[in-house]
Write a protein that binds this ligand. Structure first.
Ligand code: TNX
Length: 685
């Protein structure tokens, strides 16, 4: 047990207000709204039995999973096997009760409370969803001491801040098999997320069986897609965990896969055959809104798709249509004139209105990326805000605009995990814009979604691109706005990351496999030492022009083993921060890291010699050694830091910025700080 925590446990029944403390009282992510710690322990033994009052099948099954997970965590063998819906006994030490079966609808009651005393664990929830959230919390509360495993005694009252806490998974660019989706649903449930937005079609593929239009998968995919039975299985799996599944079929742009099957719906009459894309980017093929045959087709197709997804919302994409084929087509231009559609946006709105009517017939509400926001679109549609600084938009701009026009809205700008930002950058993203003061406007901010665009991920790497960073986003969407201590977030993120592996995610294992492969199944430590301070290039710069890699590249290179928050770099950053704030005792640990990086190069070069695939990081490794020497010199009183030393040091620091293996070193700023050269470094850049 950590010392800080010990102190807190020793304090009797103190109520902690989150804004007032740096280290949270419990290592739970998302942090609960209210925790009251008591000074005791509920000891876990194999006598633990669950009584589940009012349980429906979902909660009964979740109760069984809870026991098995607790079993895996503690090695205790709990005698209850399957838990039935009528497993009730007032004498059992764990009492769970739910009021009613939750409906998989936006805004359903997900609240719960937990009371742990030395004798009993009590969970109360209005719905099975709340009770399942309580299980996720409990699994994160397990602690151990010399005697065994226990839950600290406490009471928790918890409920989400936002009702829409989503993860979008793109399976068009890279198909992800059912088991990959399922384990990510388990990860979502573990951090209390409740919407899986399933991006099922794009320029690179149509990924779901259509019985009415089998051409869509025959010509619009590489043979990898979900059968309808698999989709039902996924939807049921998610439902059993309180997660809605909302499909997205991107139209009228991002639709090359549809056009590969049905070229007659394209907008460029000179193209008779469309090819699915294999690169990343924005492409011109677009459905033709002026083709009257398009709507009966979409009506049948979307009708068939809508029936597979019980959720009330249906996402039609609508993003990034530049309309080049519309502009170039004289017939489409004539149509626009005739219908007084003054530009391509209005033509797209014309199309969206028709699609909206189709969805309405199927009992669905429309959702689309922010480009669908046009006066013709009714305010029942949900606007999905995604653009920001990089798209000539300020972050959250469309969010405010949508709300002020009366649309409900979901935020993804700032939650693009494929941009490979650090967890803290997503964590500090503001969901509720400050300029909104009216309650009815605030209520239209439904929440947010992390987006896993899959141009550069495969089944092996997708978990480590989603996790653990998405847990930080889950906390942003669940916990109070004041919960925003970055260091405490990182501290808990490391803990939850390990727990996510226990629930089945492969974000740790997947990387280990790549490192073994890259190291030629020899000594992996030298490569790890570099990986642990290197992060993949951000903001899509890993893949210049969208063509450095394509969708059938294997993605098992150095950058695929690296993560956005390089772990040693993170540890080093806080060591240096505290050191500079006066904690002299950190000097030895800082020097140990620097010595490691300095000496690692020789060892890694031996691995590189045998594994040419690693040549791309040979320079990066040398630059790490060189920059580590700057840090060592900076801390060495015997080294004179005269003008020529500083000049050379700045040069080394600048050089250390250069990418290698499509990654960059994440320790350069800290070493510059140690050397007092931050200003000189930024002036030199
Ligand atoms: C933009 S975000 C897209 C996606 C891409 C992503 C990354 C959005 C609505 N559209 O289609 O996957 O950039 O390349």
């Amino acid at each position: 047990m950590r010392f800080g925590k010990l102190l807190m446990v020793m304090a009797m029944s103190i109520f902690y207000s989150w804004s007032a403390i740096a280290q949270s009282a419990v290592d739970v992510m998302p942090l609960p709204q209210e925790v009251k710690l008591n000074n005791g322990k509920y000891r876990l033994t194999s006598d633990l039995k669950l009584s589940v009052n009012g349980a429906n099948e979902h909660l009964a099954a979740a109760s069984g999973r809870f026991l098995r997970a607790l079993d895996a965590r503690t090695g205790l063998w709990f005698p209850q096997h399957f838990i039935e819906t009528n497993t009730t006994d007032a004498a059992f030490p764990m009492q769970v009760s739910m009021g009613r079966a939750g409906k998989l609808e936006l805004g359903e009651d997900e609240s719960y409370s937990i009371t742990i005393t030395p004798e009993q664990i009590q969970v109360k929830a209005a719905t099975d969803f709340g009770a399942m959230h309580a299980y996720a919390t409990l699994l994160q509360l397990v602690e151990s001491d010399g005697e065994g495993y226990y839950f600290p005694t406490m009471t928790i009252e918890d409920a989400p801040r936002f009702p829409w806490r989503g993860l979008m998974i793109d399976v068009a660019r890279h198909f992800l098999p059912v088991d990959v989706i399922k384990r990510n649903l388990d990860g979502m449930a573990f951090v209390k997320m409740n919407v899986m937005h399933f991006h099922l079609s794009d320029n690179q593929g149509w990924r779901i069986e259509s019985k009415k239009f089998p051409e869509l998968t025959e010509k619009g995919s590489d043979g990898e897609f979900y059968t309808q039975a698999e989709i039902k299985d996924i939807v049921a799996y998610a439902a059993a965990r309180g997660i809605r599944v909302m499909p997205e079929f991107d139209v009228p742009g991002h639709a090359t896969a549809i056009l590969a099957a049905f070229p007659e719906f394209g907008s460029d009459p000179s193209i008779t055959e469309y090819q699915r894309e294999v690169n990343a980017g924005i492409f011109d093929p677009t459905l033709d809104p002026t083709n009257e045959d398009l709507y009966p087709f979409l009506e049948e197709l979307f009708g068939e798709m809508a029936a597979l997804f019980p959720d009330a919302y249906f996402h039609i994409g609508g993003d990034e249509n530049e309309g080049h084929h519309w502009t170039a087509n004289a017939d489409i231009q004539a149509f626009m004139k005739e219908h007084e559609l003054k530009d391509n946006h209005e033509l797209q709105a014309y199309f969206n209105v028709k699609v909206q009517a189709i969805l309405e017939k199927n009992g669905k509400k429309m959702m689309g990326w922010e480009e669908i926001m046009e006066p013709a679109i009714p305010t029942t549609a949900v606007i999905h805000s995604w653009r920001g600084e990089n798209e000539q938009m300020a972050p959250g701009e469309s969010l405010v605009e949508a709300v002020q026009k009366g649309y409900p809205t979901v935020l993804s700008n700032g939650f693009y995990i494929d941009l490979l930002w650090k967890a803290e950058d997503h964590y500090l993203n503001r969901v509720m814009p400050l300029q909104l003061t009216k309650q009815e406007e605030k209520d239209l901010i439904l929440g947010g979604e992390a987006t896993m665009w899959s141009e550069l991920v495969t089944p092996v790497t997708v978990d480590s691109r989603i996790w653990p960073r998405t847990a930080a986003i889950a906390e942003r969407l669940w916990s109070a706005t004041e919960v925003r201590d970055v260091r405490d977030m990182y501290r808990r993120l490391e803990i939850v990351s390990n727990q996510l592996e226990i629930v089945g995610l492969q974000h740790v294992k997947g990387r280990e496999g790549i490192v073994r492969l890259l190291s030629g199944y020899g000594d992996t430590q030298p490569l790890w030492n570099l990986i642990n301070v290197a992060a993949p290039l951000k903001n899509y710069t890993r893949n210049p022009g969208g063509t450095m890699y394509n969708s059938y590249f294997s993605f098992q290179k150095f950058a695929d083993a690296c993560v956005a928050d390089a772990p040693d770099a993170l540890a080093f950053r806080y060591l240096v921060e505290d050191y500079q704030a006066g904690k002299q005792g950190n000097a030895a640990e800082i020097q140990k890291y620097l010595e490691l990086w300095k000496s690692n190069d020789a060892a890694l070069q031996l691995v590189i010699e045998k594994n040419p695939v690693l040549k791309e990081v040979s320079d990066l490794s040398q630059r790490l050694a060189a920059v580590a020497q700057v840090g060592l010199d900076a801390m060495d009183k015997n080294v004179k830091k005269n003008g020529s030393w500083k000049k050379a040091a700045v040069q080394t620091l600048v050089a250390a910025r250069e990418q290698g293996g499509r990654c960059e070193l994440q320790v350069v700023d800290q070493i510059a700080a140690l050397a007092g050269l931050e200003k000189k470094l930024s002036a030199a850049e």
